[in-house]
Design a protein around this ligand. Structure first.
Ligand code: ACO
Length: 311
């Protein structure tokens, strides 16, 4: 019986049909989706922190409005993704517990500090740029709720990327001090942005299976190459220098060759030893605990409403 269901499932994947929450699916497929989608949701929520840090210090009202909207979008992305994840039979409380206890991973990129305004430009341009490259293929992923969530998420990421690049353009048209600030931000965010797309294909434990299930449609290395090839001309156009002496166009491959990524740094950050891991977790746990009275009040209100209805 199970063999038969498995066969039908594989056939549906081969036909590019979407798998929906109530459909039969192998337990491993369910677990893998909970893992990836919850890590993605946590990344969106933790990802609000580095930029949230600059909302009160944005250099103009217009910049403040755009940044505020972007950070709110990230909250929205996190909430869709948690909801999509709940359709697989895990509760929101369990998901939060996994994040707050340090059991769940979230993207390495959000464990770096945002020290100048130019970091808002670099994050939008590079981090959201890498996120789009990673997430456009996910619009075509096999699990229906994840694929549908990604369509809207990608549209919003596109606005985020543009607002970041526009900050960089503005700085690069400014004073020498502003240009230096933009270059410094690129120097600090370039390598972590490359790492964000995950370990090399050789080191990626999940890629093979996730590609078979059409959860992943492109490998980490392919996405990284695409990100580099897309971003280098954007840097050139505004006079920024990519901080990689080995970066050069390879005519034969029709792609850029690039230098060695510091994978030790990546794994240190993933294991919780990055520059801001502790602060990020402290902020999330603090927000959860600080919001307890609101959750209690909402529950008490809803119970009272229910009691009234029953009377
Ligand atoms: N930061 C933290 N952990 C990472 C990262 C990263 N940048 N990249 C990979 N890892 C972890 C994986 O989660 C996995 O750990 P696990 O087994 O405990 O879950 C391990 O490293 C090995 O990596 P892979 O086998 O390559 O994992 P996977 O196939 O899941 O690929 C990837 C990683 C590309 C990030 C994939 O999960 C994905 O596409 N996720 C959805 C997008 C996403 O989460 N983006 C987050 C940032 S975007 C944003 O929020 C703006």
């Amino acid at each position: 019986q199970v063999k038969n269901l498995e066969k039908q499932f594989e056939e549906r994947i081969a036909r590019d049909e979407k798998i929906e929450p109530k459909d039969w699916m192998p337990e491993k497929y369910r677990q893998t989706h909970i893992r990836q989608m919850s890590q993605h949701a946590h990344s969106e929520i933790v990802g609000m922190l580095p930029e949230g840090n600059w909302i009160t210090r944005a250099p103009s009202l217009r910049r403040k409005v755009a940044l505020l909207a972007k950070v709110q979008d990230e909250a929205g992305h996190g909430l869709y993704l948690y909801s999509a994840c709940e359709t697989l039979g895990i509760s929101r409380d369990e998901l939060y517990e996994q994040l707050h206890s340090g059991k769940a991973k979230y993207s390495s990129i959000f464990n770096y500090p945002t020290v100048t305004w130019a970091d808002m430009g670099a994050i939008g341009w590079l981090v959201d740029g890498a996120a789009i490259i990673n997430q456009v293929p996910l619009c075509n992923t096999s699990f229906g709720p994840y694929a549908r969530a990604m369509v809207r998420v990608c549209k919003e990421e596109s606005f985020h990327q543009r607002q970041g690049y526009e900050i960089m353009i503005k700085l690069m048209n400014g004073t020498q001090e502003q240009k230096d600030m933009a270059q410094d931000a690129l120097n600090r965010w370039w390598w972590p942005s490359l790492m964000m797309l995950g370990p090399t294909d050789a080191e990626s434990v999940h890629t093979e299976q996730s590609m078979k299930w059409k959860l992943k449609r492109k490998s980490n290395d392919d996405l990284r190459q695409q990100f580099i090839d897309q971003t280098v001309p954007q840097a050139d156009l505004i006079g920024l220098v990519i901080p990689d002496p080995d970066l050069k166009w390879n005519e034969e491959r029709g792609s850029h060759d690039f230098g060695e990524i510091n994978w030790d740094e990546f794994w240190q950050v993933v294991k919780g030893h990055g520059p801001m891991n502790k602060e990020r977790m402290k902020a999330r746990v603090g927000a959860w605990e600080g919001g307890e009275w609101v959750r209690d009040a909402a529950m008490a209100y809803s119970e009272k409403q229910q009691e009234r209805k029953e009377k």
